[in-house]
Every structure is written in structure tokens, then in C-alpha cells.
Design a protein around this ligand. Structure first.
Ligand code: ZN
Length: 112
């Protein structure tokens, strides 16, 4: 494997900036490597496949496919106030899998 010439730390692609975009801007974003195309969520300062630091922010598509889901009845301290709740994994653009809590839905109405 040949490493890219411009491998360096990209401080913009951090968890705190990922959360800032989510909480302040209301955008769920991922980082995409412009050299190999790898999509990373949460982002990393360098590509975990080719080590390139040539990255860009993109928005996760609004629509995707539900790949898996489950109802949680016992949780840790952080989420025990929400029990029972539904968790799932959404797949977007067939390469970006995002786990999360599914709100405002009954488990009987969900389909993979
Ligand atoms: Zn890459």
C-alpha cells in the first residue's frame, strides 16, 4: 500500500466538531476521504483505510434502510430513564451504518 503524500493531522475532523454540527447546526454529518472514498462516522482526523488527511464533511442522507432493531428493557445509568426504548442501525448509501435510538415509533411498525 502506498501512503498519500499529504498525511497530516486534520483537527477539524474530531468528535467535538461532529457533536457541534449535530447539536448546534442540527446536521448529522460524516467525514469522507476524498482519496479512497471511505465514509467515517464518527469522523477521524485521518482516513482509517489509506491514512489520507484529505477529508470533507458531508450530510448523512435523510432516508436510508433499517438494518436491525431491538427493544431495550434494561439499560445503564445514562439511559435507564428512557427504558423501554428502541435502538436500531440505519444504513445510508449502502456504506454508512449509523446506530441510534428510534423515537416516536412502535416496534410492531418497524421492518428491516
Ligand atoms: Zn482514504
Amino acid at each position: 500500500m502506498q501512503l498519500p503524500q499529504h498525511t497530516s493531522f486534520q483537527p477539524e475532523f474530531t468528535i467535538s466538531n461532529f457533536l457541534k454540527k449535530l447539536m448546534v447546526e442540527g446536521r448529522l454529518c460524516y467525514a469522507r476521504c476524498t482519496d479512497c472514498g471511505l465514509k467515517m462516522i464518527p469522523p477521524r482526523p485521518v482516513c482509517s483505510r489509506c491514512l489520507s488527511s484529505s477529508l470533507e464533511w458531508l450530510d448523512v442522507p435523510v432516508e436510508g434502510k433499517l438494518m436491525a432493531f431491538s427493544k431495550v428493557h434494561v439499560s445503564n445509568e445514562t439511559f435507564e430513564g428512557f427504558v423501554p426504548y428502541i435502538v436500531g442501525i440505519g444504513s445510508f448509501d449502502d456504506a454508512l451504518n449509523v446506530p441510534g435510538i428510534i423515537k416516536n415509533s412502535k416496534i410492531e411498525n418497524l421492518k428491516i
